[in-house]
Design a protein around this ligand. Structure first.
Ligand code: F6R
Length: 347
C-alpha cells in the first residue's frame, strides 16, 4: 500500500497517457451534452466521482452527481449519462444502479477491472472501461480519476479536467518532498491523539469535500480506526453545539490560501472554540495554484499519512477483512448473478 501511495503522481501520469486512447475510442459511444451525469460507485470507487464534482464545481454546466447507493433517483432519465464504477466489478449497489439504468434505457458506461460488471456490460453492449487489475480499489484512485476525467470532459466536448490533472501531476512532483514531511508530521500527531483515546473529526468544505472525506475513509480502511467527517458551514448550525458537552475528539481542518471569507471566518471561529475547550486542532494548508493541484496535494498527503499511521500502529494497511466478510455474507444470500441474467435477457 505504501508503494502504491508513493507512486500516486506516476500512476496518475501513466493513467492519463493511457486514457488519451480511451478518449478517441469511447467518444462516439457517449451521448453528446447530456442533461446530467451520475457517477455511481461505493467506497474506493465512489471517491473519484466526488473528486470530479469538486474539481468541476464551478465550471461543469450540468449536474454532476456522485451516487453511493443502490438506487437511481427518478429524475435521472434518458437525457442523462450514468457512469457505473466498481473496481472489483462485483459491488452490489453499483450493479443495481447499472441494472436500473439498463432497464430505463439511460445511456451508460461501466468501469471496472473485471467481475460481474464487466461481464454484464459486455453482454448488454454497454461501453466498458477496463481498469488495471491487482490493487486495492482505494489505491486505484489515479486510474479511475483519469478515466472519469476523460469521460466527463468528452461529453462536454472539452479536455479541461484531463488537462488540469496533467498540470497537477507536475506540481505534485515538485512539492512531493514537502508533502512527505507534512504527511509524516500529520501521521505522528494522529497517532499521539489516537493513543490518548481520542477520535478524529475532519472539517472540510465545498469544493474540497472529497479531500476531507478521503482522509476519513483512508484512516478507516488503512489504519482500521474510526474517523469522522464534517462539513462547514452546515455543522455550524448543529454539530458545533456538541463541543459544549464532553468530547473525546481531536480535529483536523482543511485550509486553502483561497478560502472565501465566509469559510475563513467560520474556520477561525471553530479553531478558537476548540482551543478554548482544550481540543487538539491541526490544520493542513493545501499547496497549489489551481484547485485541482490543491485537491491532489491533499489526497497525496492524506493517503500517505493514513498509511504511515497504520504502519506506526503495526497494522497492515492493505487488507480490509471486515468489508470482505460482509461482502461474502451478502454474496451467500443474494443472487446478484441471477438478477443480472434476468435484466440482460429482458433487454
Ligand atoms: C477500497 C475498498 C472499498 C471498496 C468498496 C467497493 O480499497 O476496499 O472501499 O472500494 O467496497 O468495492 P469496489 O470498489 O470493488 O466496487
Amino acid at each position: 500500500m505504501l508503494e502504491l501511495v508513493l507512486q500516486f503522481p506516476d500512476n496518475l501520469a501513466d493513467a492519463l497517457k493511457e486514457c488519451e486512447q480511451l478518449a478517441h475510442t469511447i467518444e462516439s459511444k457517449l451521448p453528446k451534452r447530456p442533461q446530467g451525469v451520475v457517477v455511481a460507485g461505493m467506497g474506493g470507487s465512489f471517491i473519484g466521482g466526488l473528486f470530479a464534482q469538486d474539481a468541476l464545481y464551478d465550471t461543469y454546466s450540468v449536474p454532476l452527481i456522485p451516487l453511493r447507493e443502490a438506487g437511481l433517483p427518478a429524475y435521472v432519465g434518458k437525457d442523462y449519462l450514468v457512469i457505473a464504477v466498481s473496481y472489483s466489478g462485483n459491488t452490489e449497489e453499483t450493479i443495481r444502479v447499472f441494472l436500473e439504468a439498463l432497464r430505463r434505457k439511460i445511456p451508460l458506461v461501466a468501469m471496472a477491472s473485471g467481475g460481474l460488471l464487466e461481464e454484464a456490460a459486455l453482454e448488454a453492449g454497454v461501453p466498458f472501461v477496463k481498469l488495471p487489475a491487482g490493487m486495492p480499489p482505494r489505491a486505484a484512485f489515479p486510474f479511475m480519476c483519469a478515466a472519469l476525467a476523460v469521460l466527463l470532459d468528452s461529453v462536454q466536448g472539452s479536455s479541461k479536467l484531463a488537462g488540469e490533472l496533467r498540470e497537477a501531476v507536475e506540481h505534485l512532483r515538485k512539492v512531493s518532498d514537502s508533502a512527505l514531511h507534512e504527511s509524516e508530521a500529520l501521521s505522528r500527531w494522529m497517532l499521539e491523539q489516537y493513543l490518548a483515546g481520542k477520535l478524529l473529526v475532519i472539517y472540510s468544505y465545498r469544493p474540497y469535500l472529497s479531500a476531507g472525506y478521503r482522509l476519513k475513509t483512508q484512516v478507516n480502511e488503512n489504519a482500521k480506526l474510526h474517523a469522522f467527517f464534517s462539513e462547514i458551514p452546515e455543522s455550524n448550525h448543529n454539530e458545533i453545539m456538541g463541543w459544549e458537552g464532553q468530547t473525546g475528539l481531536f480535529a483536523l481542518l482543511l485550509r486553502t490560501k483561497r478560502e472565501p471569507p465566509y469559510i475563513h471566518y467560520r474556520l477561525e471561529f471553530l479553531k478558537e472554540l476548540l482551543s478554548s475547550k482544550g481540543v487538539a486542532v491541526r490544520e493542513v494548508v493545501a499547496r497549489g495554484e489551481t484547485r485541482v493541484q490543491e485537491l491532489l496535494y491533499f489526497f497525496y498527503v492524506f493517503d500517505l499519512a493514513s498509511v504511515l499511521l497504520s504502519l506506526m500502529r503495526g497494522v497492515d494497511p492493505t487488507p480490509v477483512e471486515t468489508i470482505s466478510k460482509l461482502k461474502k455474507y451478502l454474496d451467500e444470500r443474494i443472487d446478484l448473478k441471477g438478477e443480472i441474467k434476468q435484466v440482460v435477457s429482458n433487454l
